[in-house]
Every structure is written in structure tokens, then in C-alpha cells.
Write a protein that binds this ligand. Structure first.
Ligand SMILES: [Cu+2]
Length: 316
């Protein structure tokens, strides 16, 4: 066989990198969906029982086809199985991104699973032909490290499941929604149930409720300023001069909520306020502190992404 004792050096490193990238994608895609599942389910308005098929579809497809594809690799060539797997995986990934209903997403995930199986099934065989016989142990070890690392890092690469966000009650369901249509020149009464803990105020100006009609009411009591280090987040509409510091749940509170949507029986704070919308237009609203923890004066932080603690008021 031509490459019986591994690939020569420049090609060997390139092959190692390519194999690693392929397997990282296949493994990360499995872990990512687990973590993002509640968000995906909320987004597609699907029940937990049905949305789990986003994970099941991918993993079942891999489980079914892994061994047959490894065997097929022996017959038609590893390169062919790997390349077809890679192309299928890539196309199915694009299909996943475009899928806007749960059945379509599930089908895309099944196809993606078959693609991933193509990549995974011949992975070890490719490692075998890449390294010289004397370094085969090292090659397999490195490959196992990449697989383990991908599984661990997958959750942190998902679309920010740990970020705090606003859920809005719509038809009795909690939905993530941060773009609100409101009538012009109207008084809007807002009630926020905050389940998040204290993160500390980095910009004291934002601890003073401003721009409201009447006071900010926290757990039934009006306040004029929130003590430093308390506000967990702020609801601010800069164009309307509105700043509302959001009272936090104490770190020692019992019955803390781990994942939204939270039951009202969980520890929470109730923040109420009223503001006037003004003339028609598009007003940006966002959280300043501590969504921007670690950023200058609390501006420009990671949660300031539309869909999390940031959005628009469409005043019509
Ligand atoms: Cu925030």
C-alpha cells in the first residue's frame, strides 16, 4: 500500500488538522443541541416531548449508520465515505439554519446525523493511515482528546443559553420576545418578575429610576433609588429617558429558578412601573447593567443582543 507507514510530514499535519476539524463539528453539534433545546423549543413554540426529537434524530441517525458506514468504507474507500459524509453534514447544517418549523428541523437533524456518521465512521481509519505505525498510539490519543474536548466545549458554544433574557406572557405561554408594538401617546404599565440574582451596579446613575410616570414599585413599595450592588439588570429606553433598575433575588433565597421560564412559586422580585410612549417611532430599549459586566461603565456587554435583554418598541 502506498502510504503504509503514514503520510510524509507536511501532509501529515494538514491531515491531522482536517480530521480534527471534522470530528469537532460532528461532536459539538450533538452537545450544542442538548443545551440549546429549551431555547429552540420556545422559539418554535414546541413542547419538550416533541422538541427532544431535534436531539434524538441526530443521535439515532448516527447510531443506526455508524457501523454500516465503517464497513462501507472498507468496501468503497474511506475517502469516499468521509467526503460524502462531510458534504451531507454541511448541506444539512444549512438546512437546519433555514428550518422554521420543528418537523423540518428534525428532518434536517436526521440528515445531519447521517453526515456526521459518515465523518465519524472512518475517522479512526483515517488516523491509522495518517500516522506512521510507530506513532499510531499518539494519533489515536490525540483524536480521543479532540473528541472529549468537543463534547465538553459544545455547551459553551451554543447560542448563549445562560444569558439572562426577557420572556413575555403571550396567550398564557412564556415566549422570548423583545420587540413590542405599542400605541402612541399611551400610558404603558409594566410588571417585571425578576428571577435573577444580584450582580452589582457598576454605574450608580442607572440605579435611580428615571423618566417614569409615577414611582418605580418594588414588591409593592415605591422606591427612589436602588442601593448600589443590588440591581440585577436595568430596563432602559434611552430615547425616552427611561431607566428602571431591576431588583435582584438574594443569593441566599430558597427555591431559586435555574432555567426560564420560571414558576411563580420560585424566588422572585416584582417590579412595576408606568411610562408614556410618546410619538410614533422605533425606540431601542436595552439592559445596561450588569449585562455589560466588565465593559466600560456598563455599556456594550454580551447580553446586548436583540432577543436577550435588548429590543425595540415599535410605537405606532
Ligand atoms: Cu441585563
Amino acid at each position: 500500500m502506498e502510504h503504509a507507514d503514514g503520510l510524509p510530514q507536511p501532509q501529515r499535519n494538514q491531515a491531522v488538522l482536517t480530521i480534527a476539524l471534522g470530528i469537532i463539528m460532528a461532536v459539538v453539534d450533538s452537545a450544542i443541541a442538548n443545551v440549546a433545546l429549551p431555547t429552540i423549543a420556545a422559539d418554535l413554540d414546541a413542547s419538550p416531548a416533541f422538541s427532544i426529537w431535534i436531539v434524538n434524530g441526530y443521535q439515532l441517525a448516527i447510531t443506526i449508520s455508524l457501523l454500516p458506514l465503517a464497513s462501507l468504507g472498507e468496501i468503497v474507500g474511506y475517502r469516499r465515505v468521509y467526503l460524502v459524509g462531510l458534504v451531507l453534514f454541511t448541506l444539512a447544517s444549512a438546512f437546519c439554519a433555514l428550518a422554521h418549523t420543528l418537523p423540518l428541523l428534525t428532518i434536517a437533524r436526521i440528515i445531519q446525523g447521517f453526515g456526521a456518521a459518515g465523518i465519524m465512521s472512518v475517522n479512526a481509519a483515517l488516523v491509522r493511515f495518517t500516522y506512521p505505525r510507530s506513532q499510531l498510539g499518539r494519533g489515536i490519543g490525540l483524536n480521543a482528546l479532540v473528541v472529549a474536548f468537543s463534547a465538553a466545549v459544545g455547551p459553551t458554544l451554543s447560542p448563549n443559553p445562560d444569558w439572562v433574557s426577557y420572556l413575555v406572557r403571550d396567550d398564557g405561554r412564556w415566549k422570548r420576545s423583545t420587540i413590542f408594538t405599542l400605541p402612541a401617546h399611551a400610558l404603558v404599565h409594566v410588571t417585571i418578575y425578576n428571577f435573577d440574582g444580584a450582580s452589582g451596579l457598576r454605574n450608580p446613575i442607572l440605579g435611580r429610576p428615571t423618566g417614569l410616570v409615577g414611582p418605580e414599585i418594588v414588591d409593592g413599595k415605591p422606591i427612589t433609588v436602588m442601593p448600589p450592588d443590588e440591581p440585577s439588570h436595568t430596563f432602559a429606553v434611552p430615547q425616552l429617558g427611561i431607566v428602571v433598575p431591576v431588583a435582584p433575588v438574594g443569593d441566599d433565597a430558597k427555591n431559586q429558578c435555574g432555567y426560564a421560564p420560571c414558576a411563580m412559586s420560585m424566588a422572585h422580585r416584582t417590579i412595576e412601573f408606568t411610562f408614556r410612549t410618546g410619538k410614533p417611532g422605533k425606540y431601542r430599549w436595552q439592559c445596561f447593567v450588569p449585562c455589560a459586566a466588565g465593559f466600560v461603565d456598563g455599556f456594550g456587554g454580551p447580553m446586548q443582543t436583540i432577543g436577550y435583554m435588548d429590543g425595540f418598541l415599535n410605537v405606532v
